[in-house]
Design a protein. Structure first.
Length: 209
């Protein structure tokens, strides 16, 4: 029996997944967490084979948090189940060591199949993710600009897109406000724009955010 932990800040998602897997002869939802703190409590007290993790989980501010989870709970394989832009996070997720990346727009049957493969030791990414990465690798130079962005720059861009100010982003990521200003300047230069509005527009056009 594959033991699953769901980490998602939205109760409707947790309840929906619990309902879907109820009665499944091969998989069982044994725990859930609504934020990073409760997730750590769960993982410290209970062994889980698969962690269904939303990138936007409350308290999860950085890809470094995911790396820490992978290091501290190496027996638990992570499947990212999220609505965050696949083109933005899938390459980072692969590099970080997660076992799968599935869009919340996917059919739950696909998610179930992914969990089954991951439990067998395979690394799986949805067809949507594979096509997105393939399209970008074959795209025009301007469409591959996002590849020049560092993990931290992408995270800063994501929070700026959420309407957060430099000070708020700095607090979330545990960085100095001046450092965030530096990241913003780098983003403007790399995406060849001169202001925040154009930066976010170009990032959206390239499907980076």
């Amino acid at each position: 029996m594959v033991k699953i932990c769901i980490a998602d800040s939205l109760p409707v998602v947790v309840q929906g997944l619990q309902s879907y897997f109820q009665g499944n002869p091969h998989m069982e939802v044994v725990a859930s967490a609504k934020n990073l703190e409760s997730l750590l409590n769960v993982l410290n007290g209970k062994r889980c084979d698969i962690l269904l993790l939303d990138v936007e989980l409350e308290g999860l501010s950085s890809i470094r948090d995911i790396k820490s989870l992978l290091k501290d709970f190496s027996e638990t394989k992570i499947v990212l189940f999220t609505t965050v832009s696949e083109q933005m996070y899938a390459p980072i997720a692969i590099k970080a060591g997660v076992s799968a990346y599935v869009s919340k727009r996917s059919d739950l049957k696909e998610l179930e199949g992914t969990i089954a493969k991951v439990s067998e030791g395979k690394v799986v990414f949805s067809e949507t993710v594979k096509k997105s990465i393939e399209m970008l690798s074959k795209g025009k130079k301007s469409e591959r600009l996002f590849k020049k962005l560092s993990t931290r720059e992408i995270e800063v861009l994501r929070y700026l897109n959420d309407g957060k100010k430099n000070k708020e982003v700095a607090q979330i990521l545990g960085l100095d406000e001046k450092t965030i200003s530096t990241y913003k300047l780098r983003l403007l230069a790399k995406l060849n724009v001169t202001n925040l509005v154009d930066l976010l527009k170009k990032a959206k056009d390239l499907d980076v955010i």
